[in-house]
Design a protein around this ligand. Structure first.
Ligand code: NI
Length: 195
């Protein structure tokens, strides 16, 4: 295995939709192992192939915490087939060193993907039972579509200031995601909490 270089925000590959993996070949499997090694070496819990300069539909995760252990996971050609609810998520990204901001995410999702042997798999997760896993899947899934976590920020100007302090390019206004559905659900969730 070898550790790969992680590209930083501003690199065009991060804005390029990833290509489908046609065959889970030995070459793809090696890339997956290298991505795992790179993720662990950088103390990350997730890494998508575009982040190592490979515009392919693959991401890896290890969402283990002190309270819950998970195996290392790989998702090839993933697709979110169902999502519902909304939650706030405090996120970082290996392509944005030392940047952590609040973003909006769904609270439950079902994902279909291929595993390292090319077999079709399906998984349903929710933020109550698997908080990190549920949010990380959405974060990494976006990387495969050229979407970044800063495209869902809650505090636009605050985030822009953090990016500036870390020497990264500013938020791209045109890339901000329409989160009207998430906003409505988040307002509802907040109202429920106040009650
Ligand atoms: Ni990321």
């Amino acid at each position: 295995m070898s550790k790969l270089n992680v590209v930083k925000y501003g690199h065009p590959v991060l804005r390029t939709p990833a290509k489908r993996v046609l065959k889970v070949s030995a070459k793809i499997q090696k890339l997956v192992f290298d991505m795992m090694e790179t993720m662990y070496a950088n103390n990350g819990c997730g890494l998508a192939a575009p982040q190592v300069g490979e515009s392919l539909s693959i991401f890896v995760l290890d969402c283990s915490s002190e309270t819950k252990k998970y195996p290392a996971m790989v998702f090839i050609n993933p697709k979110i087939v169902k999502s519902k609810g909304a939650c706030k998520s405090h996120e970082g990204c290996l392509s944005f060193p030392e940047v952590f901001v609040d973003v909006k995410r769904h609270a439950e999702l079902t994902i279909r993907y291929q595993d390292l042997k090319g077999r079709q798999q399906e998984m349903t997760v929710n933020v109550k039972d698997d908080p990190l896993l549920c949010r990380a899947i959405q974060h990494e899934m976006d990387h495969l579509n050229g979407i970044l976590f800063i495209d869902y920020v809650i505090d636009y100007y605050g985030t822009d200031e953090i990016l500036r302090q870390k020497g990264l390019p500013p938020i791209e206004k045109a890339k901000q995601q329409d989160t009207a559905d998430l906003d409505a659900l988040l307002d509802f969730a907040t109202a429920e909490t106040i009650k």
